[in-house]
Design a protein around this ligand. Structure first.
Ligand SMILES: NCc1[nH]cc(CCC(=O)O)c1CC(=O)O
Length: 324
């Protein structure tokens, strides 16, 4: 038997050595915390399928954002849960709608400490739960939806959102929103394009989080999970339309797509570790089947290693606390 000459284990022998040769690190500033704000409640409402996550009141929302800022988290992504819904999602474009009011409140509270971002999509606001408006035959009408997104973008920008998260997967949405923002003078409001957003079962718990009214699915606008090349095509299109940041979503089951996009992109590439990814680890940990902290850290480092510059994760504040 030959004695090995090359011994990679040499660099794994002590914690100090392992730390020194670590290729990937997670820093609190690269984490974004998604937050839910619900209209018309006096107390935060826990989301049962996402243990530890709540639909916030305006007050508890400010506290959660302050905690995130104190932990060094880079940003928050805000989702609204309105009291009333209709076919066009009119609450989304009402300056007094919950998402827009909460955005202004967060900007005032923590706007200097982290980046306040907003979800720009209609599904939380429509009574049918789709991400767009419907035509007479009940199909999602792409171009009519763009007009709603434009109105939403202007209201959100006016409320002070720094980054608009375009998550609706309509064709031409980045171009439509960018053009409207520029015409209105919102030259510095950035666009985060959810470029490669797949029609995923892992959004399950999010539907509870926003009380989504959807029956059916989003397969006419979100991507087929089997399509790797199409993820790249969507990201390329969004870049050419003027996106400032592109996103791959979900994260854990789409690391190949993430690596593809990261390899070709010259703008930041983010990934969204979604509600189902969160719920699975929490559930396994509750059962004692998995080491919760190690699983969380490993799941996020894996997303970073695949090429994400920043990660949206419901563990952002807790993880940032561990990292400090
Ligand atoms: N506004 C759409 C949107 N933005 C973020 C999520 C899911 C996020 C998660 O599951 O954590 C969704 C739901 C969907 O597309 O069905």
């Amino acid at each position: 038997m030959n004695v090995p000459v090359i011994r990679p284990r040499r660099l794994r022998q002590t914690p100090a050595m392992r730390r020194l040769v670590s290729e990937t690190r997670v820093h609190p500033a690269e984490l974004v915390l998604p937050l839910f704000v619900r209209e018309g409640v006096n107390e935060a409402v826990p989301i049962s399928s996402m243990p530890g996550v709540s639909q916030h009141t305006l007050d508890s929302l400010k506290r959660a954002a302050t905690d995130a800022a104190e932990a060094g988290v880079g940003g928050v992504m805000l989702f609204g849960v309105p009291e009333t819904r209709d076919a066009t999602g009119s609450q989304a474009t009402d300056p007094n709608g919950i998402l827009n009011v909460a955005t202004a409140a967060l900007v005032a509270e923590v706007g200097d400490a982290l980046v306040v971002q907003t979800d720009l999509c209609l599904d939380e606001f429509t009574d049918h739960g789709h991400c767009g408006v419907l035509d007479d035959s009940g199909r999602v009408d792409n171009d009519a939806t763009l007009e709603r997104y434009v109105d939403m973008a202007l209201v959100q920008a006016d409320a002070g959102s720094s980054i608009l998260g375009l998550s609706g997967m309509m064709d031409g949405q980045v171009d439509a929103v960018r053009t409207a923002l520029d015409e209105a003078g919102f030259l510095d409001t950035a666009i985060l394009a959810y470029s490669a957003k797949y029609a995923s079962a892992f959004y399950g718990p999010f539907r509870e989080a926003v009380d989504s009214q959807l029956s059916g699915d989003r397969r006419t606008y979100q991507l087929n999970p089997g399509n790797r090349r199409e993820g790249m095509r969507e990201a390329t299109l969004d870049m050419s339309e003027g996106a400032d940041i592109v996103m791959v979503k979900p994260a854990g089951s789409y690391l190949d797509v993430l690596a593809d996009v990261a390899a070709m992109s010259d703008i930041p590439v983010w990934a969204y570790q979604v509600s189902g990814e969160y719920a699975m680890i929490e559930a396994a940990a509750q059962n004692g089947w998995i080491d919760r902290r190690r699983a969380i850290e490993e799941s996020v480092v894996g997303i970073r290693r695949a090429g994400a510059d920043a990660v949206l994760t419901y563990w952002a504040t807790e993880l940032a606390g561990w990292l400090r």
